[in-house]
Design a protein around this ligand. Sequence first.
Ligand code: FES
Length: 211
Amino acid sequence: MKFPYNEKVLEHFRNPRNVGSIENSDGKSTEGSPACGDMVSVYIKVDKGTKKIEDIKFESYGCASNIATGSIITELAKGKTLEEAKKIDWKEASDALGGLPKIKTHCSVLAVDGLRAAIANYEEKHGLIKERVPTTKEIVLKRLRHVMNPLAGLDLVRTNLIDNVKVENGTIDVSVSLPEDHQFATNIREEILEKLENLWDVDKVVVRFTV
Ligand code: FES
């Protein structure tokens, strides 16, 4: 069978580096691709003094290209400072793999988005955000577009599960159109909290299930 991938991509797909999660990671993310609905999680451990990425792991729920790109970006990012790692883009990742088919660009974009979001998560948690933009409903909805609805494999906003969002005096109130005892309610609540509670001007996030 002829694969559309070169040998290096196949090698990283078959033997991906740095797979798994990091317990007590300093920054983590789960990003979904709007193009295909696949997801990737990235975990980082950061040296507080040098701000270098000491350890990095990823879990991919995507295709061979995504697994191979996840593998290569962890290799590229390990040992780099956060500022250096932020500059890694899908093109660098794809070039480091010897090229990916054009149709697979979004898969490497997804892996890179995962890395950038894990770095952003670290910066938020440690008060390192430089651009302190006030949190608005639009910002909250943008973040909720990165929380997956496991029932559909698409995000909560696009699957119309967000009933209402209110941002007031440092509190974000999110209403989700699911019953409190739904099998995914706990998981969805945790992901929403993870995406919102580190925003610099937010003290409290309330998640309500409204069905
Ligand atoms: Fe979804 Fe590649 S097709 S990550």
